[in-house]
Structure formats: structure tokens, C-alpha cells
Design a protein around this ligand. Structure first.
Ligand code: HEC
Length: 133
């Protein structure tokens, strides 16, 4: 009886994981910017300062995540890693700012600030694809 219940649980959690993966349709991501030499300090930090740092900085660390330095950004939050260097399409931070996948994970959250533009998302993608330096 006990083993039946355990396998049932395993099945359920596997199905849950599959569903979560299927919800993120990466074909909906805007393309990476074509700019080369994209760097955190010059290209990405200004975007995060404008749209993210009030909730992910010195004052508040929502989801245990800070985005006010390269080191903290790469370290990630509660559900780290949020960034997979060289693979922006697999980076959950990119899914969040592109507003694909789970609505609860959209960043900035619904009604809590303007969504990033396609250009900004593309720049973040290029930065990650180029190694997140
Ligand atoms: C108004 C506040 C607010 C703003 C602005 C905001 N976030 Fe968040 N963010 C949150 C909250 C709240 C959570 C935690 C959600 C949860 O745990 O369910 C979160 C979680 C996250 C996570 C997941 C962290 C983890 O590992 O669990 C990422 C990635 C993220 N935010 C990125 C961003 C980015 C990038 C921006 C700017 C484009 C941004 N957020 C702007 C409130 C905000």
C-alpha cells in the first residue's frame, strides 16, 4: 500500500515538472540583440536599476534576489540559477522579463511597473549568450 502511494506521488511530481517545462514556449522570446561586447556594468545594470532594483537591491531582496551587482545577479535568488551563462533561452530571468511561462513569475510583476521592451529583453539575452560578463 505504502509503495503504491509513493509511486503515485512520484508520477504526480513528474507530471508537474513536465507541465512546468511545457508552459515556457521559448519560441515566443524576442531575439537576442546583435550588439557585441554586451557587459553588465554598461548595458544591463541601467535596465535593472530602472526596473528591478527597488525590489531586488539594498532595500528589498524579493525572492532573495539582488540585481545591483554582477556577482549578486549571477548568484541568483531562492530558485537559483536564474541565469544560465551562454544560454539565455534556458534562463528563467529571461522568461520572467519576456513575460512567457507562468504569469506569477512575470517581472516586474503585473501592475508593479512597465514591462521591459523587446529591445531590453534582447539586450539581456545577448549579454547572457555572450557569457554574462
Ligand atoms: C515590485 C517589486 C518587484 C519588481 C519591480 C521586480 N521584481 Fe522580481 N520579484 C519580486 C517578487 C515579489 C519576487 C518573488 C516571487 C516569488 O517568490 O513568488 C521576485 C522574484 C524574481 C525572480 C526569481 C528569484 C528566485 O530565484 O526565486 C527573478 C529572476 C526576478 N524577480 C527578476 C526580476 C527582474 C529582472 C526585474 C526587473 C526587470 C524584477 N524582478 C522586478 C518583485 C519584484
Amino acid at each position: 500500500m505504502k509503495s503504491i502511494r509513493i509511486s503515485h506521488l512520484l508520477l504526480l511530481s513528474t507530471a508537474g515538472l513536465l507541465m512546468e517545462a511545457a508552459e515556457v514556449d521559448i519560441s515566443k522570446l524576442p531575439p537576442a540583440a546583435t550588439k557585441s561586447g554586451v557587459k553588465f556594468e554598461t548595458d544591463i545594470k541601467p535596465i535593472f536599476e530602472k526596473s528591478c532594483v527597488k525590489c531586488h537591491g539594498a532595500e528589498k531582496q524579493k525572492g532573495k534576489l539582488r540585481l545591483d551587482s554582477l556577482e549578486a545577479t549571477l548568484k541568483g535568488g531562492e530558485d537559483a540559477p536564474n541565469i544560465v551563462p551562454k544560454d539565455s533561452a534556458k534562463s528563467t530571468l529571461v522568461h520572467s522579463v519576456a513575460r512567457i511561462g507562468e504569469e506569477d513569475d512575470f517581472m516586474p510583476p503585473k501592475g508593479k511597473g512597465d514591462p521591459l521592451t523587446k529591445e531590453e529583453v534582447g539586450l539581456i539575452r545577448a549579454w547572457i549568450d555572450q557569457g554574462a560578463k
